[in-house]
Each structure stands twice: as structure tokens, then as C-alpha cells.
Design a binder for this molecule. Structure first.
Ligand code: N01
Length: 568
């Protein structure tokens, strides 16, 4: 890789830098940019052979973003914004990857990244105040600070169906898609999974394959993306108001704008008014809140939620010609809309009207095994030439826990998270000084526009590094009690909503044995930003700042953090 510098030649001393970064996706690149601006040295490690993270790995047919392209990009530089024109309302994966490469080139970021290298361990020594990273290729690097920019959905999950090694056809996981185009022409293809990924891939694969069999366990609600080409004028108008947009987005619930906020509860409208409004929003399509934020209360009240859920079920029955298939596609009444990640689609339900598409219910008759010629459920054998696993990720914690993160005095992340992830603000873990997470569990992360969220996290960390340097400190640690308060707050916020009801990856239910904890912070991006700002302004309340060794810490805050709860 051009410009990549490796620390791996022979047994030489560890590479020493100011900050270590794990991951060169959208977060890792922005961190490198910010560190460079400050004159701080960095080494980033990236498992892929190039930049891009999610958009590097997820190359499956139909992959595209579901936040409008103009919003789903960096916003730290007006010049950068002006240097790029999106071609579609919702950009496709190839365009997103071109954009990310454009950013890496423009700011010459690759020279701090070691590619095709996976970090295997991270060890903090309190005596030296250094993190030491080791990689699967023998690199060793040290720095006082380490930032995990490892992504929320970066460890693919494939259920351990027996027999995959016997399969004579080709198999794919959507998050490890080959770089060369895959041609399904003339093939009998099976796809397992109808989450956001399956819903995007199914219409595209169906249009190419001889036959597509969809193995669905839980039917999903999806609404029309209404994707379309983006006019230059729209981009120009957006760019002209970029500063204003940045301010608006900071005060928004999910770090996106562009849909009317609800003003009424559903029962404040008549049945006819509700139907007319829902029809209008369905026809306009767009980002998930276009329909999910149509009325107040949809996220917290089952009756309000059912107004939208029933409407979508009605649409499924309207679009899908075979009533038995439509019934199979309708999500059950006890699955609130929005409690699983709400996808948006292009022709998803209509795809089931094609003669070459079959929908198989694997809730009723689960997949038993992969066979030499295809796949076997409790009811039938299916002959297939290719199987696509759109079965998701070990989300939010999987990638961090795959790295052996520990301190020399015996604290390990694995043990700390045995009962589910505990963090302070989704930024740090008590007991692991100077280690930061971007979009970690306990932060808005996957419940917000991820790029706006990663910029906010990175900016907060950069301001903190400036503060530490100016104040003569070199260590920060989250206080245990502040962390406990935060974990309680994250749980209470989620429990006041319908969100934890679904067996979703948000609660880890998709990975057998994973502790059930609602992982993202669902209190709103706006509220979260205000809290982060207030905590920093209050001398980093809930954190202990110190100078290692020598003169002992003048903790900025060592009183019982319950006194001034971080979340008050
Ligand atoms: O993964 P998922 P995904 N037998 O976990 C099924 C982001 N994303 O890759 O629902 C049979 O949602 C599982 O069934 P069930 C987005 O945040 C964004 O689709 O558990 N089926 C489900 O249908 C998204 O939420 C974009 O019953 C099995 C599917 O596999 C996240 O990535 C696009 C099974 C997994 O769905 C993950 O989405 C794509 C089994 N043993 C993704 N195990 C955009 O920006 C699992 N399944 C648009």
C-alpha cells in the first residue's frame, strides 16, 4: 500500500508515537487528520488492505447508505464538503468508498496507516503510562494514548450451521464480500437473513439469479427509500447552509435533519387524517424517521407504535400478490416497528411477486444444516449453487473483545464486560486509562448518524488531549461510580422505550450466549452532546486526571461522583 509504514522489520524496538489508532474506517481517518493538525504522531492499524472500514468490507449487491448522502459524510471542513458532489440521494457502496479514498488522498492520511494488519492485544502499563499494541504480523507499537476506532458492526456473525465445509457451491458473507464482481446469472441462490443487509441485497440478486430462495426467520418492517439522482443544485444549496446544518444537527435526536418533527400524538388525528399522512410519507420515502417520527410516542407507546406497524403490514398485503407470501412477510404484532434497526429499501416487497423468488419461513422449520448440494431445513432440502449469509454482526462489543485488552496489573476488558458492556459515556472504561472508544457501547453511535457521532467523539477526545497537555497531566481514567451511574442511565432510558423488546443485535440477541443488554444510548444525540460538553466544562466530571509517576495526581474530581451525577 502506497505510503504505508510498517513497524515490523525484525526485532527492532517498538515504534513509539503519541497516539495509537485501531481501524482506518471513517473514524480512524478523522482521528488521524485531527492528530496531524495538532502535530501529534500516530500509528494506525487496519485489517483491510485499504481505508474505508464498513464500506471497504460490505460490498454486497445493493449495499448503500440509508442516511442521505449529503448528511452521511464528514462535516469538519467546508472545503472538503465543497470538493465532493454526491450523485444519489442515498449513495451506493462504491461511491462511498470513492469518497473515503478521496478524503484519505486529500489529507495524505495513508502514510500513518499499516494495512492488512490486525491488532491482537493492547496492554497498558501504569508504570510507564504506555499502551503497547501487538498485531498478527508481529508489529509492536507504544503510545500513552490509544483510540479504538474499530466500528460498531465490524465482526461478521455467521451462525454455526453444520456442514458448510461440504457445500459444493460458493458461499459468501455479505460483510466479507469479494472485491471482484460476483455473477449469479443462471444460478440458484439462497440467502439467509432479512435484516437491513438482506433487504438491500434480495431485490438485486433476484434480478440476476435464475432463482432466489430467501430464508427468513423474522419478518422485518421496511419502508421505501425513494432513492434518486441528486441534482447539483441540491448539493450547492446544502453546502451554502453547511454551518447552519451543523448547528441544527447538533440539536437533533439522531444527528440527521430533513424530515418534519412530530407535533401530535396519533389519537389527535382522525383515522382518515392518519391514513392520509402515512400514505404521503410512504410515497415520499426517505430516511427511517420519515415514517417513524410521524407521530409522537411511536418509540415508547405500543398503541402509537401499532398505528405505523399496522400501516406497513397493510402495505405489504397491498404490494405482495400472493396472500400467503404477504402473510409470511408481515412482522408479528409483538414486534414494535423500529425496535429492530429500521431498514429502507428499493422494491423489497415487490420482489416477492417475481416468479423466480421463493420465501421460506425458517422460524417454523429452522435451518438444520448445509449440505453438499444446498441447505436443509426442518421441512425440506433446497438445492443451491450459492448461499449468501446476510446474518449480521457480533455488534458493538465483538471487535473490541476480540482484542486482548488488559492492564499489566490484571484488569481485562473481557472480565469487565462479562455482564455486558460497561462504559462511561461510551468513551472510556473504568480501569483502562488513556484508552478511548469511538461510538462505543453506551454512546448514541448506531442510533445516530454515525459520521456526525464519530466527529463529536473525536473532537471531544482531541479537546481532552489538549486539556491534559495544557494542565500538565498525562493520564485520564473513568471513575467507577460515574461509570455505574452512566450504565444505569443508559439502561433506564432504553427501558422507558419499546427498543429493548426485540431480539435484535442492539441487545446482543443475535449471537447465542451474548449477555442481553441494550447497548447504544437512546437518550438522543442532542442530549448526549450537551452532557459531554457539560462534563468537560466541569473539569471532566466523573474522570480522574493525573500525572503518572512523580508528583501524584491532583485529581480534578475525586469526590463521590454521585454527588454531581454525570447525567444530572
Ligand atoms: O444484520 P441483522 P444485517 N437462522 O442482524 C438472520 C447496518 N446496515 O447485516 O431477525 C436464520 O440485522 C436474522 O434473523 P432474526 C444496520 O445498522 C446498514 O442485516 O434474528 N436466520 C436477520 O434476519 C443493520 O441493522 C445498512 O430472526 C438467521 C439476519 O440474519 C446492521 O448493519 C445496510 C440466523 C441478520 O440481520 C446489521 O444488518 C446494511 C439463523 N440461525 C446494514 N441468524 C444501511 O446503511 C441470523 N439470522 C442501509
Amino acid at each position: 500500500m502506497d505510503g504505508a509504514v510498517s513497524g515490523r522489520e525484525g526485532d527492532r524496538a517498538p515504534e513509539k508515537v503519541d497516539v495509537l489508532v485501531v481501524g482506518a474506517g471513517l473514524a480512524g481517518l478523522y482521528i488521524l487528520y485531527c492528530l496531524r493538525q495538532r502535530g501529534l504522531s500516530a500509528r494506525a492499524y487496519e485489517a483491510g488492505s485499504d481505508v474505508g472500514g464498513t464500506w471497504y468490507w460490505n460490498r454486497y449487491p445493493g449495499a448503500r447508505v440509508d442516511v442521505e448522502s449529503m448528511q452521511y459524510c464528514y462535516h469538519f471542513s467546508d472545503e472538503l464538503t465543497a470538493s465532493w458532489n454526491w450523485t444519489e440521494r442515498f449513495a451506493s457502496q462504491p461511491e462511498l468508498l470513492r469518497y473515503i479514498n478521496h478524503v484519505a488522498d486529500r489529507f495524505d492520511l495513508r502514510r500513518d496507516i499499516t494495512f492488512e494488519t490486525r491488532v491482537t492485544s493492547a496492554l497498558f502499563d501504569r508504570r510507564t503510562n504506555l499502551w503497547t499494541l501487538e498485531t498478527d504480523r508481529g508489529d509492536v507499537a507504544q503510545a500513552p494514548y490509544c483510540i479504538m476506532a474499530t466500528g460498531s458492526l465490524s465482526t461478521p456473525y455467521r451462525p454455526p450451521f453444520p456442514g458448510l465445509e461440504d457445500f459444493r457451491g460458493d458461499s459468501y458473507h455479505t460483510a466479507m464480500w469479494p472485491h471482484d464482481a460476483v455473477d449469479f446469472t443462471g444460478k440458484r441462490v439462497g440467502i439467509v437473513g432479512t435484516g437491513s443487509t438482506g433487504i438491500q441485497a434480495i431485490p438485486v440478486v433476484a434480478a440476476q439469479a435464475k432463482h432466489l430462495t430467501v430464508f427468513q426467520r423474522t419478518p422485518n418492517y421496511t419502508t421505501p427509500a425513494c432513492n434518486r439522482p441528486l441534482a447539483r443544485d441540491e448539493q450547492r444549496a446544502f453546502n451554502e447552509h453547511h454551518a447552519q446544518w451543523r448547528d441544527e444537527v447538533r440539536h437533533s435526536f439522531a444527528a440527521i435533519t430533513g424530515f418534519p418533527l412530530p407535533t401530535k400524538f396519533p389519537d389527535e388525528d382522525t383515522q382518515e387524517e392518519r391514513q392520509a399522512l402515512l400514505e404521503r410519507r410512504w410515497a415520499e420515502g426517505g430516511m427511517p424517521p420519515a415514517l417513524l417520527a410521524i407521530y409522537k410516542g411511536i418509540g415508547v407507546d405500543e398503541t402509537a407504535n401499532a398505528v405505523v406497524a399496522d400501516f406497513v403490514r397493510g402495505k405489504i398485503r397491498e404490494i405482495v400478490e400472493d396472500p400467503a407470501v404477504a402473510a409470511r412477510l408481515c412482522p408479528p404484532a409483538d414486534l414494535p416497528i423500529g425496535s429492530k434497526r429500521p431498514p429502507i429499501d428499493t422494491d423489497y416487497y415487490a420482489t416477492y411477486n417475481r416468479d423466480n423468488v421463493t420465501l421460506v419461513d425458517v422460524k417454523r422449520a429452522p435451518i438444520e444444516r448445509i449440505t453438499a448440494s444446498g441447505l436443509k431445513t426442518g421441512e425440506a432440502d433446497y438445492d443451491l449453487d450459492a448461499i449468501i449469509f446476510a446474518t449480521g454482526f457480533d455488534a458493538m462489543t465483538g471487535t473490541l473483545l476480540a482484542i486482548d485488552i488488559r492492564t499489566a496489573d490484571g484488569m481485562t476488558l473481557k472480565e469487565a464486560w462479562a455482564d455486558g458492556p460497561s462504559t462511561y459515556l461510551g468513551l472510556m472504561v473504568s480501569g483502562l486509562p488513556n484508552l478511548f472508544m469511538i461510538n462505543g457501547p453506551g454512546s448514541p453511535s448506531v442510533k445516530a448518524n454515525m459520521i456526525v457521532a464519530l466527529e463529536q467523539h473525536t473532537d471531544w477526545i482531541m479537546a481532552l488531549l489538549d486539556h491534559l497537555a495544557a494542565a500538565g497531566f498525562d493520564r485520564i481514567e473513568a471513575d467507577r461510580l460515574a461509570q455505574e451511574d452512566w450504565v444505569d442511565h443508559v439502561r433506564e432510558v432504553a427501558e422507558a422505550t419499546l427498543m429493548p423488546k426485540a431480539d435484535s443485535w442492539y441487545v446482543g440477541a443475535n449471537v447465542p450466549g451474548k449477555k442481553r443488554v441494550y447497548m447504544p444510548y437512546f437518550g438522543g444525540f442532542d442530549r448526549y452532546c450537551s452532557l459531554c460538553e457539560a462534563i468537560a466544562a466541569d473539569g471532566y466530571r466523573g474522570f480522574t486526571l493525573s500525572l503518572h509517576g512523580g508528583a501524584q495526581p491532583e485529581p480534578q474530581r475525586d469526590a463521590d461522583p454521585h454527588e454531581a451525577s454525570a447525567v444530572s
